[in-house]
Structures are given as C-alpha cells and as structure tokens.
Ligand binder design. Structure first.
Ligand code: GDP
Ligand code: MG
Length: 168
C-alpha cells in the first residue's frame, strides 16, 4: 500500500483545520487551544488506492518551529489562503517560498478559500500572484475545493513516484 504524507499549511484562520476535518468526515485529531491550532491537525484518508496522511500546521508565525517539524517528510503541500484577506495572500507567498527553500521543487496546490464571502479577491487575481502553481477556488465550510485540490496534488505526487520507479 502506497502511503503518502500531505501537509495542509497556510496563514492563521485561512481554513486548514476545516479542510482536514471535512476531508476526513470529522475523524481528524486537532491539537489546539481556544479554537486555534497550536500543535497540529491529523487525519488519514484513502484515495485512489493510496493511504494519505493529512497533517495540518499551525498558522501563527510564533509557531513556525512546529510548522517546520510537521512539514518534515511531506510529499506535497496544500497551501490554504483566506481570499478575503490581502495579508493572508501575502503571507501565503512567503510560506510558499519557505516550503520551496526547505523541500526543493515539491508539488504544491494553492487553495483560495472563503470564496463565498462578498469581499473575496477574485480567483483570477490570486492566480496571477501564484503564476507557476495551480490555484483552486474553495468554500471549505461547505467542503468545496477539497476533492479538487487533493486530486490535483496526488496526481502530481503520483507522476513523481512513477518517474522514480521507472528509474529504479
Ligand atoms: N465564510 C467562510 N468561512 C470559513 C471558510 N472556511 C473556514 N472558515 C471559517 O474561518 C475560520 C478559521 O477556520 P480554521 O479552519 O480554524 O482555520 P485555520 O486557522 O487555518 O485552521 C473558522 O471560523 C471557519 O469556520 C469558508 O470557506 N467560508
Ligand atoms: Mg487550525
């Protein structure tokens, strides 16, 4: 059985905990304080014959040490952003740079969340800020964007796996 670690990261209150909770139909574990993730979120799902371990990181910068530990060994990242908050998008770009610095050229999918809110920045604008990465619109409280982003990320991870197996 192919097991894969996927990390759901992003700025504070962007929707990471909601992503993992809904992706696992409420079966996830959340280590937090007053609704804020200070430790991690964790849940396992089956997808396309794979066992996918989803790890959510804390978003606050003062927990960035925990973020780096949780991210270790990840095969891919889902970067969740709050589309209504320009700072969330700017911080997301910084987190993405950090991911690429620590993990090399690893698959990353951007999930532009909270697209249900009237002040959400349009998806095309967010796409233009993340030129080389796929950007998926999300309304995570309704589960929208979860399957789409996981499918895309796991297909990218699978391509790399096939490449490595063919070289072996
Ligand atoms: N309107 C709206 N609110 C959302 C959406 N996704 C998450 N939220 C809310 O945003 C807040 C932060 O979500 P949470 O998953 O805890 O964010 P985290 O800090 O990234 O783990 C919570 O109150 C969620 O209910 C969404 O798609 N639309
Ligand atoms: Mg959280």
């Amino acid at each position: 059985m192919f097991r894969v670690k996927v990390v759901v990261t992003g700025p504070f209150r962007s929707g990471k905990t909601t992503f993992i909770k809904l992706a696992t139909s409420g079966q996830s574990i959340h280590i937090g304080h007053k609704g804020i993730t200070v430790g991690l979120d964790f849940g396992t799902i089956k997808y396309d014959g794979m066992t996918v371990h989803l790890f959510g990181t804390p978003g606050l910068n003062r927990f960035s040490v925990i973020r780096d530990i949780v991210a270790k060994g990840a095969r891919g990242f889902i970067l969740v952003l709050d589309s209504t908050n320009p700072n969330s998008i700017l911080e997301g770009r910084e987190i993405l740079k950090e991911i690429l610095k620590l993990n090399g050229n690893i698959p990353c999918v951007i999930l532009a969340n909270k697209q249900d809110l009237p002040n959400a920045i349009p998806i095309e604008k967010i796409k233009s800020l993340f030129a080389n990465f796929p950007v998926i619109p999300g309304i995570l409280t309704k589960g929208i964007g979860i399957k789409e982003s996981l499918a895309l990320l796991l297909s990218q991870i699978n391509k790399i796996k096939t490449m490595i197996l063919n070289q072996a």
